[in-house]
Design a protein around this ligand. Sequence first.
Ligand code: HEM
Length: 500
Amino acid sequence: MADHEVLYQAIVTALIVLLLYSIFFRLWKWYSIFRLLPPGPWGWPFIGYLPKLKTNRHLVLTELRKTYGDVYCLKIGVHRAVVLNGLETVRHALVHLGENFAGRPSFHTFQFIENGNSMAFCDFGPRWKVRRTIALNGLRAFLRDKVHPVEIAMTEEAIYLVETFLGNSGKPFNPENSVYLSLGSITFGLCFSDHTLGRSDADYLKLIKSVRDFTQNVAACNLVDILPWLRYLWKDKLKSFIEVNNTLQSILSRQEREHLATFEEGHMRDILDSFIKTCREMNEEIKQEVQLKDEHITNIAADFLRAGTVTVSATLTWALLYMITYPKIQERLQKEVDDVIGPGRNPRLDDMGSLPYAEAFILETLRKSSISPLSLPHATTKDTTLYGYHIPRGTWVIPNLFSISHDEKFWTDPHVFRPERFLTPENTVDEILAKSFLPFSAGKRRCLGELQARWELFLFVATVVQRCHFEKVPGETYDLTPEFGLVLHPKHFNIIAKSR
Ligand code: HEM
């Protein structure tokens, strides 16, 4: 054999060995990752487990926990998602391994929310951190003082809501719309201190509608996020989502222009002023790095309006439904408010701690309704190990908050509505139990409006039971199963309100 043939054979052999080695190495690497992934159910090619997740995903995912345990994974479309179940697991991942689990998936629809400048839907990193700091500074500045003016605004709105209810003169009405208008008005006032947008104002009504419609289309509910190619087929659905976002943005831009034009350093009128101040005091280099300009600050206010209005409105609507479904519970609430506050003055935030049954009722409403059952979707920010399982960077993560609030190992009769479960034998709120479920999630991305939400729920529940008695409409059937969406609302129902 000639020399060049020998050389040729040697090169070919070396290449084949190299190729085989590289294939083997990749297969081995893939296998070692795959071997350490959490267990989970089988899914169809391209669509994965999607057909089973059409509706009531929180129930399907909670059921799968029985087979696969607290950490399992499944394919949603072509994406791998890890589902976290139970208090200990969710806390461990979101709090102890906080940064690793603090990302957001890059869903197709997220780019249309505030043109990609939303804080709530932005991925973990410097952009999010700076926006979250601005948001927290704003909230703290205006919620720090319990007495004025937030408490006054909340009380006024609660009384206005009562008057609207009683304005129906004992005739049946659907309470949801009025609840939305009142709670939206609080967050709107906090952010923009603008009372020119009254309830009959077309812009305000459009704003509230856009906020309500938003949760039906976004995050973990929109198929376009799971199967992005659907955007070519479902243009109409996507268009309506974009319109919902544009409506909110155009109304808020007007507020932004007015605020920027009239801003005075020493005179903070509202949260938007506080955002402008923090933003202007910030180092220019950091602002450039995180792409923050003056005109982005209303995007954070938009997050507040959406997150703040929908969640508290849904919870309060559930509270009304529970009151008419369980008249004895409503009576006990009324009696407690009559005994402690009486008819002569309005309930105050200072009464928190003196109305244990009302507080237990609110806790049980948050637990039982679980309005945000799967939180917002998370994603891992780096390769992570959780209880020995390997979870690669960029994996979608679903914190199943519903699995915590309805954990049979933890709650007796979790599907029964029973406020007393939160009371100690001494008739005080059981603080340990109150912290044993996570309606506001946990860790880096936990809800930053929790305090506002708890204040609103307390003042509204105490005020409505002090002044109203609610009843079912004779002949109407009531369904306690929710309407599925990012936020779980009760199905539409009518109610009768009488003055007390
Ligand atoms: C009953 C009322 C409320 C509930 C149950 C609730 C629940 C939640 C949940 C589960 C999350 C997702 C956290 C995560 O990603 O793990 C969240 C995020 C958020 N919430 Fe709330 N929320 C409520 C009220 C409010 C209010 C009143 C505001 C007003 C400021 C608000 C503002 C936000 C914001 C801005 C985020 C995004 C945080 C981030 O991504 O860093 N929420 N909320």
